[in-house]
Design a binder for this molecule. Structure first.
Ligand code: SF4
Length: 578
């Protein structure tokens, strides 16, 4: 029904569309299909920055037609980890792909000179981007492309800033200003292909096979999203509500995870932001929640009451990584740091991790003012961090070139592996909740806290006394079922709405009939296909080093022991077969 794949070759500018019902019938869409395309298009040993390395985007059968099924998945080979790269973004992209009639897009090659892709229905053009290539700000790029490209209202604009152009390995891709393909370095892959942006829009209708069951299902889902408490938190304070909660539970990484609570958390809490800085809330297309919290940052730029006003989106992970993890005491300073990273298109979670490692390394004299080019690093010093962010993007010397590769590369060069806070090569999310969070990010296919939600399993263990084996079983359940949510590609904030039976019913309402067992088997199959790709590219879960810092700082569940992690990992390997 919906199975068109648009293949684009940046070397020649040519494109073709293939019907890949063979993939969509079996793997639904989204991450299931994208994984197969990645296996097809990215042979073992492919350099992530080579022309042969693919960029893949995929949506699923329910995108645009049901509430909160608003995401697009991108898959690629990650320049951060050298293995599976996967990132999810909201905004208007899935809607634009659906209306343009493309369920997946595969981009290969490298353009001879800076370019951007202009895709409007069946018109696919490679356009010259020489004049905007060195425009560093993603906001400005967005403004320019909105002026010159058609499709307003049904359009999505992806672009990279200075970080992607300079191939900082944790550069992101900005999507429609306030959303991102944030993690694992897709922005650097864009940069390596001379690809500054992709604009996509479409005018097709979405045909529903039988409108009556679809309408009934839509109304049921809409009511569940809007009229129950399942998603209230996301609309109200947003995920930033977690700052105070995690702080009280001793699960909030602070100052490079030297602490798990921040003495000034209240000042940068979701409550503080909402009461003092929140300007408005916006939503991805076809989402009635609107969890995207936009704050206003007013700064003086001249005497005589001349102000610049920036609109900056914030959430829990950003406040943790550029706030508590750097010891920043003022919410306005957190916004200044977010704004600087956003401008360049940097993954904020990785940037915060890198800056935290650098600050501790500076304190321990592993790096010197000669390395930092005179910047003295101190916890809480916003102005120094702003300068560091500039330099990470500019890469004026070997030290900053190394920082631009991430925490693991920096520690390999300068030392401090024990406090290079990463799991699987990726700077961690903001949860030091216990062993399930650690093991979850080690084994998760993209080493993300969202692969299996290990942090929430720790939180359950706090009240239910779960054994290690029970925690591992819950991780595996989430690992498999989230493959189904991500093949649809439903927003994971709405996973309380899109449970097993709801997914089955929603698929059936548009003529896709799957049983629970079939979906569970499919989830496992997709998971193992991702592991096949990871292993092809040299990944070995036994080689993941857990930095000593994780065992030195108390977590929500108390001190985590190395033996516990080892035992849970062995159990996980045995049960999944990875
Ligand atoms: S809940 Fe938030 S992130 Fe999810 S689809 Fe809605 S607006 Fe987008």
């Amino acid at each position: 029904m919906w199975s068109n794949v648009l293949y684009i070759d940046l070397d020649t500018g040519e494109h073709q569309v293939k019907d890949r019902a063979d993939l969509f019938d079996k793997y639904l869409g989204g991450t299931g299909v994208a994984t197969q395309l990645l296996l097809e298009e990215c042979p073992p040993g492919t350099d992530p920055f080579s022309p042969e390395a693919p960029i893949i985007f995929s949506i699923g059968p329910l995108n645009t037609i049901f509430p909160c099924v608003s995401k697009t998945v991108s898959m690629f080979k990650s320049p951060m980890t050298g293995e599976l790269g996967e990132s999810h973004a909201g905004g208007r992209l899935s809607m634009a792909m659906r209306f343009a009639g493309y369920d997946s897009i595969v981009i290969k090659g490298r353009a001879e000179k800076p370019c951007y892709l202009s895709i409007h229905d069946d018109e696919v053009k490679l356009k010259d981007a020489t004049s905007i290539w060195n425009v560093s700000s993603v906001e400005v790029i967005g403004k320019i492309l909105r002026e010159v490209e058609p499709g307003k209202g049904r359009r999505s604009i992806m672009r990279i800033g200075g970080a992607g152009v300079n191939m900082v390995r944790y550069a992101n891709v900005n999507v429609d200003t306030y959303r991102h393909f944030g993690r694992l370095g897709l922005g650097a892959v864009f940069g390596s292909k001379n690809l500054k942006a992709i604009v996509i829009s479409g005018t097709e209708d979405v045909e529903i096979p039988d409108i009556a069951p679809y309408s009934k299902m839509y109304n049921k889902l809409y009511d569940a999203v809007v009229d129950t408490e399942v998603m209230e938190k996301y609309h109200d304070l947003g995920t930033a509500a977690n700052i105070n909660v995690l702080n009280q539970l001793k699960g909030l990484p602070t100052r490079n995870l030297q602490q798990s609570g921040f003495e000034n958390a209240e000042n940068i809490s979701g409550e503080y932001f909402a009461d003092n800085l929140l300007l408005r809330k916006i939503a991805c297309s076809n989402c009635p929640i609107g969890c995207i919290h936009i704050a206003m940052l007013k700064t003086t730029f001249q005497k005589g009451h001349e102000f610049e006003v920036n609109h900056i989106s914030y959430d829990y992970e950003l406040i943790y990584s550029l706030g508590t993890n750097l010891g920043i005491n003022l919410a306005e300073d957190v916004l200044r740091l977010i704004e600087r990273c956003e401008r360049y298109g940097l993954d904020i979670m990785s940037t915060g991790g890198v800056l935290a490692w650098a600050t501790e390394s500076y304190e321990r004299d592993l790096i010197t003012p000669t390395d930092t080019l005179g910047i003295a690093l101190r916890w809480g010093d916003t102005n120094s961090y702003l300068k560091m962010i500039d330099k990470i993007v500019e890469m004026p010397n070997k030290f900053y070139q190394t920082l631009a590769k991430g925490t693991v590369a920096a520690a390999a060069e300068y030392g401090g592996e024990d406090f290079a806070v990463n799991l699987g090569g990726l700077e961690i999310a903001g949860y030091h909740t216990g062993p399930a969070s650690i093991v979850g990010q080690m084994v998760g296919v993209r080493h993300s806290h969202l692969d299996n939600g290990g942090y929430s399993i720790d939180q359950k263990a706090a009240s239910q006394q779960l054994t290690e084996e029970q925690m591992v079983d819950k991780l595996i359940y989430e690992d498999y079922w989230r493959m189904i949510n991500n093949s649809l590609v439903a927003c994971l904030f709405a996973r309380g709405v899109y449970g097993e039976q709801t997914i089955i019913d929603a698929l059936a309402s548009v003529g896709i009939n799957k049983t629970r067992d079939e979906l569970e088997t499919l989830g496992r199959e997709i998971f193992l296909a991702k592991y096949e790709f990871k292993k092809q590219q040299g990944f070995n879960v036994d080689e993941i080093k857990v930095p000593g810092r994780f065992y030195e700082t108390i977590s929500q569940l108390g001190m985590v022991k190395e033996e516990t992690i080892r035992e849970m990992l062995e159990l996980y390997k045995k049960k999944t077969g990875i």
